[in-house]
Design a protein around this ligand. Sequence first.
Ligand SMILES: NC(=O)c1ccc[n+]([C@@H]2O[C@H](COP(=O)([O-])OP(=O)(O)OC[C@H]3O[C@@H](n4cnc5c(N)ncnc54)[C@H](O)[C@@H]3O)[C@@H](O)[C@H]2O)c1
Length: 246
Amino acid sequence: MSRLATKVAIVTGAASGIGLGIAQLFIQEGAEVIFSDINKTGKATADAAGKKAVFIECDISNTESVKNLVARTLEVFGTIDILINNAGILYQKPISETSDEEWNAVINTNLKGPFLLTREVLPIFEKHGKGKIVNIASIAGIIGYENLSAYCASKGGIIAMTRSLALEFAPKKINVNCICPGAIKTGMTKAIEENEMMLKQTLMSVPAGLMGDPIDIANAALYLASDESDYVTGSSIVVDGGWSVR
Ligand SMILES: NC(=O)c1ccc[n+]([C@@H]2O[C@H](COP(=O)([O-])OP(=O)(O)OC[C@H]3O[C@@H](n4cnc5c(N)ncnc54)[C@H](O)[C@@H]3O)[C@@H](O)[C@H]2O)c1
């Protein structure tokens, strides 16, 4: 299959989990992909994915690091067609125990990071008269979860930012959408999988009765990154086994 033939994509947080699943699927679909991550282990993963995969280290919360990522991508592949804002972090704790540093880290990674990268790639998309931005939000941006205030705020924020950017750039044929995953098996949810009680509670919340895999999110990202979604912008695709419709 080659639904992304000739396309160049940046995927943040591609060293593991959902980002890795997206980056690997995009390679299979013919894209050239920058596997970007703050974690250098992403280099080995990109090397294993073949010649169309290149690792570039980036801390998405840092303006200079983001500028370097975009400049290096242009050096390596000459252009950018798709931006997947996936990297994210989470602290699960009551607000009274949340430090300024933890609050800032969550907002700076999950919300400011996508802002910085979007600002950096938009001039390239505007020049092309086309471009795809896919933000990985969460159902935590739609429904409430206790002890997750910073994370929920960041994910609600990115859903709202997606809608605003979609309006700003629809006339320029630049699509901005987001995906809201439910419980997906990655490093972020390992604690759930390893705790029988937490796993049981989670599975009881999911009408489908199971956790999702990164490929479930990657398939939605593939649609939103491909030409098939040219008339879709400002939307949030929920991929959660029905959790949020209860
Ligand atoms: N796993 C789930 O159930 C779930 C549910 C809803 C939303 N999400 C979202 O999906 C995205 C991916 O999460 P995941 O589950 O794959 O987690 P993960 O921890 O497996 O992967 C996150 C990746 O982001 C990278 N990262 C963290 N901070 C970074 C930074 N400042 N700059 C660059 N890279 C950074 C990490 O090194 C890691 O490789 C996140 O935005 C997360 O909020 C996950």
